[in-house]
Write a protein that binds this ligand. Structure first.
Ligand SMILES: [Zn+2]
Ligand SMILES: [Zn+2]
Length: 177
């Protein structure tokens, strides 16, 4: 499957948002925007008010809810909640040399750009490739969500780190018995 387009890459922004560590840092939202500044138009102030940060957290919770949903009905319900927060205003651009679409109007505030890009990116991947492509890491002690871009949809872990940690743990467990 082809993940080389903006729309499909946008799902990574959604996944990163769902996995952001919000407990450790009260300024997590601004830190998240700064770490993902390539998703925002240049002039966008990357600062959220406390109320906006709470809305970003609610968006993160909805992305997670889509990823952990067990039925298609639940996926559709959560996706529609997420899409209701979006203000899509697509436009074509070639700012990086490749003609592609952006989902949020370029002069929208940071929260609107974030919510819209996350909602549209996640929905597009789910609609095109199926909601089973989203999952929660199987490694012990990790509950990060992921999108499975592997050819045979066989992914079980959020990262290579978690995959190898689990392989080592399984090996040790086998040796003990
Ligand atoms: Zn772009
Ligand atoms: Zn993990």
């Amino acid at each position: 499957m082809d993940y080389d387009t903006y729309g499909s890459n946008a799902v990574e922004l959604a996944i990163d948002l769902a996995n952001a560590d919000r407990d450790a840092d009260p300024g997590w939202a601004d830190a998240f925007l700064r770490a993902h500044d390539e998703w925002f138009t240049i002039e966008t102030p990357l600062e959220l008010s406390p109320a906006e940060a709470r809305r970003a957290a609610a968006t993160a919770d909805l992305v997670r809810a889509v990823a952990v949903a067990a039925t298609q009905d639940e996926v559709i319900a959560r996706l529609n909640e997420l899409l209701a927060l979006a203000r899509p205003h697509p436009y074509a651009t070639d700012h990086d040399g490749e003609l592609h679409l952006h989902y949020a109007r370029p002069d929208a505030p940071a929260l609107e750009q974030l919510t819209t890009t996350v909602a549209m990116g996640l929905s597009q991947v789910v609609a095109q490739h199926g909601w089973q492509r989203l999952g929660v890491c199987s490694a012990e002690g990790c509950d990060d969500v992921y999108v499975d871009t592997s050819r045979n949809a066989s992914r079980r872990y959020c990262s290579n780190t978690c995959a190898s940690r689990s392989t080592v743990a399984a090996y040790r467990a086998r040796r003990k018995t």
